[in-house]
Design a protein around this ligand. Structure first.
Ligand SMILES: *Cc1c(COP(=O)(O)O)cnc(C)c1O
Length: 371
């Protein structure tokens, strides 16, 4: 059994993927070939964003946004305590200070009460300027953008949606990648929409920001490539990856997201009352990038991991450590805060095999192994 069954997906989409790759090998436009533009257009249509700027990976996508907004020394960037470090790492690289917020005990996304407390704290200390919030749709579950937008408006903060895990998810009738001033995603192979290497994208409806992102993507180019007008980076999506992503996007839209809901429901029905099953708020749909359960406590979680591993069932912990406990952040400001929900989550969480292609027999095997 695979944790994320990319092999079956390839078998299903093999013809289109192989033809797409062969076409790129034939035309030879390996960088910024026509498939890149076509993919950006299709993706924009799917998520309902005006501008899609593909790039080399999800971390770069965030970095390009932070660079475009001039985030750096003296700025505070607020981020949930449970995420992958890439959500905030590029801001730190630019000199900004990360401020971690506790998570909501039900959705595991950034807790908006904790966020407001942390903003107040930064203002009170007076050492940093509250600048941006990076909200993460954790495990594919959309964050609370109604509250987040109102908080960001109130304090004049840039809102960035890190949708690396939530391609295909939606909230209040809008697709993920549609929230915030700008959003980002990742095409790392294991994400809900993955390529066969690294890839990422930025989304915005703001023409000027889109222009800036495109410039920073290619060495801060101006009207032409060798007319550089700012410091940028080299962060492009390979044409071959775009050719792979085109049929994968179609499959996500046409059947994979529906299949993922079914798989999640099958697990939910089996585990209801025995573990804490994923909570998706009213009006939201998760992409279930991961299917995570919460055990009663650490001992029970560790026992479930033992049972799964003993039965040869792949399993993971997303994530074992909250951000505030990582060594890399041991000397940052605003380290002390209340992270009860994040701490408890990390001790109790474990994730099961999940993909659009897992069979019911495989799911039953997973369920039986831990019952
Ligand atoms: C995967 C991921 C990223 C980074 O994406 P890469 O393409 O691996 O650079 C950023 N944020 C979150 C929440 C992720 O899960």
């Amino acid at each position: 059994m695979e944790f994320i069954d990319l092999k079956t997906q390839y078998r299903v989409l093999k013809k289109e993927i192989d033809v797409g790759i062969a076409n790129v090998l034939e035309h030879g436009q390996f960088i910024m070939g026509k498939e890149v533009e076509e993919f950006e257009k299709e993706l924009g249509k799917y998520v309902g964003r005006q501008y899609v700027i593909s790039c080399a990976n999800g971390t770069d996508a965030l970095q390009i946004i932070y660079m475009a907004y001039g985030i750096g020394m003296g700025d505070a960037v607020f981020c949930p305590d449970i995420t992958f470090i890439a959500s905030v790492e590029p801001a730190c690289m630019l000199g900004a200070t990360p401020v971690f917020c506790d998570i909501d005990p039900k959705t595991y996304n950034i807790c908006t009460n904790s966020l407001e407390e942390r903003i107040a704290e930064v203002i009170k200390v007076g050492k940093h300027k509250p600048k941006a919030v990076v909200a993460v749709d954790f495990l594919g579950n959309p964050a609370d953008y109604v509250k987040l937008e109102s908080i960001c408006n109130k304090y004049n903060l840039i809102l960035v949606e890190d949708a690396a895990q939530s391609m295909g998810a939606s909230y209040n009738g809008k697709q993920c990648c549609k929230f915030g001033h700008s959003a980002t995603t990742s095409f790392f192979p294991a994400k809900p929409l993955g390529c066969y290497g690294d890839g990422g994208a930025i989304f915005t409806d703001d023409y000027d920001m889109a222009k800036l992102y495109k410039s920073i993507r290619v060495h801060g180019k101006g009207a032409s490539k060798y007319e550089n007008i700012r410091i940028g980076s080299n962060s492009r999506l390979d044409t071959i990856q775009a050719a792979i992503l085109l049929p994968k996007l179609k499959a996500l839209e046409e059947c994979e997201m529906v299949a993922r809901q079914k798989v999640a429901k099958f697990y939910n029905d089996a585990f209801e009352g025995k573990f804490v099953t994923p909570y998706v708020q009213e009006g939201a749909m998760s992409s279930y990038a991961q299917y995570a359960l919460l055990a009663e406590n650490k001992q029970e979680r560790d026992e479930m991991v033992r049972r799964l591993t003993k039965a040869n069932i792949p399993n993971m912990i997303y994530y074992p450590y909250p951000m505030h406990t990582l060594k890399v952040f041991e000397n940052i400001d605003y380290k002390k805060a209340n992270f009860v929900n994040a701490d408890s989550y990390c001790e109790r969480t474990f994730s099961l095999p999940m993909s659009a292609y897992i069979t019911q027999e495989e799911q039953e095997e997973v369920i039986n192994s831990i019952k």
